[in-house]
Ligand binder design. Structure first.
Ligand SMILES: NC(=O)c1ccc[n+]([C@@H]2O[C@H](COP(=O)([O-])OP(=O)(O)OC[C@H]3O[C@@H](n4cnc5c(N)ncnc54)[C@H](O)[C@@H]3O)[C@@H](O)[C@H]2O)c1
Length: 347
């Protein structure tokens, strides 16, 4: 049997909104077999088991993984649960772990997670799947084709708060910047209301990033970040793009019927087009690229966990910068848990 004929088994843990999106895309992929499901909520687990006709279920991810030993482990739990899931996947000998953003709650946790997966040779994928949107791809095509000249600035902003939105912004801006390494970050933050949220965040954060190719990154997230008046849906008010010596190109995330799309000014004039973020459109190719990487080590997933870790470092670096009052060099080593330190600093 060639690699392209193999069927890979999959277990999914955390069967809320995003877990169900993943399970649906897995169930529809002919190269994948949904072999196990996990949620601490028995009702959700039962509903999913019936919907996808899966027999093996367990409220404990580690137990499920030990009995199913899947090739691919997907977990879509809230941000408080990352390291124990990664450990459970590594200990069960899975080949790939795909999980939801944000990468972790602190740099210490992320470093521990990546120590485990790197030592075990486990591939990781993080769900920055917006990039599969046609409007996101159009912006990439314009920038990569040179139509805006030499890129000097990339940017992203969202009125959704940091732990929800910031790694999305940094990931896609980094993509538009050709994947250059971030060298340092300087941040500022304000407001403590969202420290009580499950996506623990300052109410507002701004970050300036210097990339190794000389490009500057500008990011803002949360209350006080610029509005995107063209989009009439709070979570979809994101604008991400690049400015170059001859123009700019940017995507407005958008939602069906609520605005969104892409626009650019290039050396040939102004152009624009429609588009909106759509899970049903973005999830199948996102899952398909996992199969491709399982088949072939050289077909690294566009949402590779190592790239996501770079973006996470920008976010954690920005928090450290608020506390230390200065530029923070990347990559980061271990340190005081960033959110705790920031909350103390903001009072
Ligand atoms: N990539 C995206 O576009 C996108 C969009 C929305 C949310 N997210 C991210 O997805 C993650 C999940 O968000 P959601 O909206 O699906 O949350 P959710 O609350 O709908 O689902 C989380 C599920 O995890 C389950 N769970 C909790 N503890 C568990 C455990 N120990 N073992 C197994 N299951 C457990 C809960 O019972 C729940 O069913 C978050 O990190 C969020 O930031 C990403």
């Amino acid at each position: 049997m060639t690699a392209e004929q193999k069927t890979y088994t999959v277990a999914v843990a955390g069967l809320g909104k995003r877990g169900m999106h993943h399970a649906e895309a897995v169930a529809k992929n002919p190269r994948l077999k949904l072999a196990g499901l996990c949620d601490i909520d028995p009702g959700r687990m039962e509903t999913a088991a019936q919907k996808f006709n899966v027999e093996r279920t367990d409220a404990h991810a580690a137990k499920l993984l030990q009995s199913v030993t899947p090739d691919l482990f997907i977990f879509c739990t809230l941000p408080q649960l990352r390291l124990p899931m990664i450990r459970a996947g590594v200990e069960a000998g899975v080949k790939m772990i795909a999980y939801e953003k944000p990468v972790a709650l602190s740099m210490n946790e992320a470093l521990e997670m990546y120590k485990l997966v790197r030592a075990a040779g486990v591939k990781t994928v993080v769900s920055h799947q917006h990039r599969y949107g046609e409007h996101y791809r159009k912006v990439k095509e314009i920038i990569a084709g040179g139509a805006i000249g030499r890129v000097h600035t990339v940017y992203g902003h969202s009125i959704g708060w940091m732990m929800h939105m910031m790694t999305h912004l940094v990931e896609y801006a980094g993509w538009y910047n050709g994947g250059a390494d971030p060298l340092w970050v300087a941040g500022q933050a304000a407001g403590c209301e969202k420290f009580a949220d499950v996506h623990v965040s300052p109410d507002y954060i701004g970050a300036l990033v210097q990339y190794a190719n000389g490009v500057r990154g500008i990011f803002e997230c949360g209350a006080g970040a610029p509005d995107v008046p063209e989009v009439d849906s709070m979570w979809h008010k994101c604008r991400i793009g690049a400015q170059g010596t001859e123009g700019f190109a940017e995507v407005l995330t958008g939602k069906e019927g609520k605005g969104g799309g892409w626009r650019a000014v290039t050396r040939d004039g102004a152009i624009s087009g429609p588009g909106y973020m759509d899970y049903a459109h973005d999830m199948p190719p996102y899952i398909e690229d996992m199969v491709a990487w399982l088949d072939d080590d050289s077909r690294v997933h566009p949402c590779d966990g190592e790239t996501a870790l770079k973006g996470f470092q920008v976010m954690m670096g920005a928090l450290r910068s608020v506390v230390a009052r200065g530029k923070i060099d990347l990559p980061l080593g271990p340190g005081e848990p960033e959110l705790d330190a920031l909350q103390k600093a903001l009072g």
